[in-house]
Design a protein around this ligand. Structure first.
Ligand code: HEC
Ligand code: HEC
Length: 227
């Protein structure tokens, strides 16, 4: 499946972590009664014994992250398909985008009553585990309550495709927008246009400045119905 971009992203983040956190808590207490004699040599040369740990999400981090998924499920759905129309899907969202949004909520570049509290409580390992977990889930089709407006397609094909891709799936740099709930898209686009503090300092504000609210609703209807 689409494992590779996510895996690459993970590998990148983890190697950074391995470098910056390497030699952190040296949890491997030497239960070394069974160590043969040649191990002593390595132990003598104290420093050399501190080989960096293999880059992988530790069992504890994975477990802690699993506890956090339960928190997210009430709003974003167990599989990342949102349970409410004003809440975005996390399913199939690009892992890098999910990861950077935690940073934004945590440092007030983006505001939401709940998310601004949750984001700072997540450790880096949990953020990675959560981003990777949801990025690999499929988006299920949902009843959007609006028909795709042909005018929205025109707007999409003349402007949005350049960054979000022809199918709206984005990439490691741009978020996936296809299949997001219409209500979330409409609200978000209006926030960008009005430079709402909830989505402040976004490149999107400049991009859509010349579109009317009617254009934005049309393009939201189109995007929400993309698979
Ligand atoms: C009480 C409901 C609620 C809970 C619980 C919740 N969220 Fe959210 N989340 C939201 C809402 C609402 C938004 C949209 C905010 C906005 O409009 O900008 C959001 C936005 C996000 C975004 C940005 C997505 C995007 O496409 O812009 C991410 C990432 C996210 N949440 C992750 C999580 C994770 C991970 C958890 C669990 C640890 C979680 N959320 C728990 C309500 C919730
Ligand atoms: C120049 C590149 C660019 C173009 C063109 C562009 N976008 Fe974006 N868009 C971005 C970036 C970057 C983000 C993420 C940054 C942010 O959230 O502030 C984003 C975020 C979004 C989001 C929020 C996604 C989420 O889940 O939080 C929506 C919705 C969106 N764009 C819709 C559109 C639509 C519709 C168009 C066409 C009218 C469009 N974009 C054109 C770059 C672009």
């Amino acid at each position: 499946m689409k494992q590779s971009p996510t895996t690459l992203f993970l590998a990148g983040i983890l190697s950074v972590l391995a470098l910056s956190c390497g030699g952190g808590e040296s949890e491997s207490t030497p239960e070394s009664s069974s160590q043969p004699a040649e191990a002593n040599e390595a132990l003598e040369t104290n420093q050399a014994a501190q080989a960096p740990a293999a880059p992988e999400v530790s069992a504890e981090a994975a477990k802690a992250a699993a506890e956090k998924f339960v928190l997210c499920a009430a709003c974003h759905g167990e599989d990342g398909n949102s349970l409410r129309d004003y809440i975005p899907n996390l399913a199939s969202q690009n892992a890098a985008y999910l990861f950077t949004q935690f940073e934004k909520f945590a440092n007030d570049q983006r505001e939401n009553y709940v998310m601004s509290k949750i984001a700072p409580s997540l450790t880096t390992d949990e953020r990675i585990a959560i981003a990777v977990y949801f990025a690999d889930k499929p988006v299920l089709s949902r009843a959007q309550g609006v028909m795709p407006d042909a005018k929205g397609k025109k707007v999409y094909d003349s402007l949005c495709y350049a960054c979000h891709g022809t199918a709206g799936h984005g990439d490691q740099q741009y978020p996936r927008i296809a299949g997001q709930p219409y209500v979330f898209l409409e609200k978000t686009l209006l926030s960008f246009k009005n430079n709402d503090p909830q989505r402040r300092n976004s490149p999107m504000t400049g991009v859509i400045q010349n579109l009317t609210e009617e254009d934005l609703r049309a393009v939201a209807s189109w995007v929400s119905n993309l698979p």
